[in-house]
Design a protein around this ligand. Structure first.
Ligand code: FUB
Length: 311
C-alpha cells in the first residue's frame, strides 16, 4: 500500500492542485466524513484526513476540494486543523460548512485538551477555502458530543444538530457562533428512526452523523445507522424539529469501513450522495476514502437505495 500511495503522489505531482475524477474522489491520501457545500456554481467538499491505518482514528486536519463539474476536483489543501483550536488536542472528526453573512462557518468535533471530552468547535473564514480561524476561542457545544450538521431554514433560522448516542439540536443565533436557550434532545422513537435489534440501550437505528436539509418543503435527516458496521438510513419530517418518520435504508453496508458518513446535495440539476468506505489499497476502518454517487429522488421525495460503485 505504501508503494502504491507513493506512485499516486508522484502522478499528482505532475498535475498540481488536482485530484482524480473517478471514485474514490481523492486517491493519493485517505479521506473521510464528506461534507459538500454548493456555493457560487461550485461544489466545495470538506473532508477529514485519515493519516494512518493504526488501531484508532489518526485525524489531525481537515481538507478541502472543489469542483465545477463533479468530475475534475481541485485540491485546496488543509485550511483548518487541530492547531486552529488552541484548546483541542486530537480527533479532527466529521464536520460541516455553511455560508452566511459573507462568511463560511465550519462546525467540527474535536477532543478538548482540558478534560479529554469530544466537543464541537466552529471555525470561520472569508472564503470557502479558508484559511479558517477559531471563531469563538472555546467549544460551542460541550459534553462529549460529535458530528455536527448545520442547516438554515427558509425563514432564516439556523439549526445545529449533532450527537452519538443522542440526537440533539439548538437554534443558532444569526451570528452563527452562538445560540439562545439550551440544547434540545430529540426523542428517538422507532417510528422516527427505525428499530435496532439486540441493543436494549439503543432501540432505534440512529447511531451518529446526522445530515439535515430541506428539499421541496420536506425536511430530511440522513444518518449513520447501527454500529458496527454502519449503514446509511434516513427520516423525514414536516418541520426542522420533527416529528420524524423513519423512511428506510439509503446505502446498505458495503465497502470495508465500519463507519459510513453521508452528505447530500443538489447541484446543476443533479442530486449527489457522498459517503466514505475503504476502497483504496490499504483501506479500512481507519483508512477511508470519500466517494460520490449521482441519484434521482423518487417523485414522492423518497430516496432510492444507492449502492457504492467502489465497493
Ligand atoms: O471520522 C471519525 C468519526 O467516524 C466520525 O465523527 C463519525 O461520523 C465516523 O465517520
Amino acid at each position: 500500500a505504501v508503494a502504491w500511495l507513493t506512485s499516486i503522489v508522484c502522478v499528482l505531482a505532475l498535475v498540481p492542485g488536482t485530484a482524480r475524477a473517478d471514485n474514490p474522489i481523492v486517491q493519493h491520501i485517505y479521506t473521510a466524513d464528506p461534507a459538500p457545500l454548493v456555493h457560487n456554481g461550485r461544489v466545495y467538499l470538506y473532508t477529514g484526513h485519515d493519516e494512518d491505518g493504526s488501531t484508532y482514528f489518526t485525524m489531525r486536519e481537515w481538507r478541502v476540494w472543489s469542483s465545477a463539474d463533479m468530475v475534475n476536483w481541485t485540491d485546496h489543501g488543509s485550511p483548518m486543523s487541530l492547531s486552529t483550536f488552541a484548546w483541542a488536542d486530537a480527533n479532527a472528526w466529521a464536520g460541516q460548512v455553511i455560508a452566511r453573512n459573507g462568511k463560511f462557518y465550519w462546525y467540527v468535533p474535536v477532543r478538548q485538551r482540558s478534560n479529554g471530552q469530544m466537543v464541537i468547535g466552529v471555525g470561520v473564514a472569508d472564503s470557502p477555502t479558508g484559511p479558517f480561524r477559531d471563531a469563538i476561542g472555546r467549544p460551542l457545544v460541550g459534553n462529549n458530543e460529535i458530528d455536527p450538521s448545520v442547516f438554515i431554514d427558509d425563514d432564516g433560522q439556523a439549526y445545529l444538530y449533532w450527537g452519538n448516542p443522542g440526537l440533539w439540536y439548538v437554534k443558532l443565533n444569526s451570528d452563527m457562533i452562538s445560540y439562545s436557550g439550551s440544547a434540545t434532545r430529540i426523542t428517538l422513537t422507532t417510528a422516527g428512526f427505525g428499530t435496532r435489534t439486540g441493543n436494549a440501550s439503543r432501540p432505534t437505528l440512529y447511531e451518529e452523523g446526522p445530515w439535515v436539509f430541506k428539499r421541496n418543503g420536506l425536511y430530511y435527516n440522513v444518518f449513520a445507522a447501527e454500529c458496527c458496521s454502519e449503514f446509511i438510513a434516513y427520516s423525514t419530517a414536516p418541520g426542522p424539529t420533527g416529528p420524524w418518520t423513519y423512511r428506510g435504508t439509503i446505502m446498505p453496508r458495503q465497502g470495508g469501513s465500519f463507519t459510513n458518513h453521508a452528505g447530500v446535495i443538489d447541484f446543476n440539476g443533479g442530486s449527489y450522495f457522498f459517503y466514505h468506505n475503504g476502497a483504496l489499497p490499504g483501506g479500512g476502518g481507519y483508512t477511508r476514502s470519500v466517494a460520490v454517487e449521482k441519484f434521482s429522488y423518487n417523485s414522492n421525495g423518497t430516496i432510492p437505495t444507492i449502492t457504492m460503485s467502489t465497493a
